[in-house]
Each structure stands twice: as C-alpha cells, then as structure tokens.
Design a protein around this ligand. Sequence first.
Ligand code: SF4
Length: 147
Amino acid sequence: MLDRLIINLNNRLVGWRRIRGLRPSEILLLLPHCLHRQSCPRNVVHSLDECRRCGDCSVGALAGIRDEFGVVACVVGGGREALVQVRNPAIKAVVAVACDKELVQGIRAAFPKPVLAVPNQTPEGPCKNTLADPAEVVKAIGLLTRT
Ligand code: SF4
C-alpha cells in the first residue's frame, strides 16, 4: 500500500520534471524475469530476440513494443543486474516493470535518473508468471519521447 503510494508519487514527479524529446535509444525498458512464462524454454534473459511471440506471456507483446518504438529493452533476474543496465551513461530514463517492492527499491537506486514505474500483476502469486499491461508501457514511453 505504502509502496504503491510512493510509486504513484514518483511517476507524477517524473511527469512534472518535464522530460521531453528523449530518443528511443536513450530509454531503457526493464522487465523482470517473472514475466517470462515458466514453462517457456526460450532464453529471453539472454535476449528478447529469443521470444517467439507465442502470446502465452507478456514478454511477446513487450518485445513488440521494443521493436515498434526502438527503445532498449532487457529482461533481468534481479536488482543488481537491473542497476548495471540503468547505469549505462547512454540511458537517460527508465521504464521499469516489476512488483511494487522492487520498483520502490529501483527508483531509489536509480536516482537521479528518472524511472517511470509500471507495477506488474500477479494472478498466480508473486514472482511467477506475472503480467504487464502493454498500454501502460506505451504510455510511459510516450511521456518520455513527447516533444
Ligand atoms: S511470448 Fe511465448 S515465446 Fe515469448 S517468452 Fe512468452 S511464452 Fe516464451
């Protein structure tokens, strides 16, 4: 509950920072490993290109967003891996999908780099076959690229 309040406040603050006109290559779309359907044999942590877009999990749609908008995107196994990607100097802002707790930790760790946080859904419980709303991700990318 408190985490969700922090996330909502953070997203508003990022909006108020009036970040505009970022190039897609300056935006990192960070995806948690738990979005990947556990029964899928594709190694999407190695590369999103491994995804066959079968539609059984959210990764396919998010890989499509990466291709459509040209943002940098990766699936990470944890916070440390995510921070390595976030600290890339070419990255100016982050759109992060994760659970509330990890999003709050990530927002804090990435500061002052702006992070637009998109909470995932957990129909099968935490950390397993989670879902992300592609429309929320597109909205966040749009906020960073608007001119
Ligand atoms: S969309 Fe299909 S191929 Fe892609 S990661 Fe999900 S289950 Fe695997």
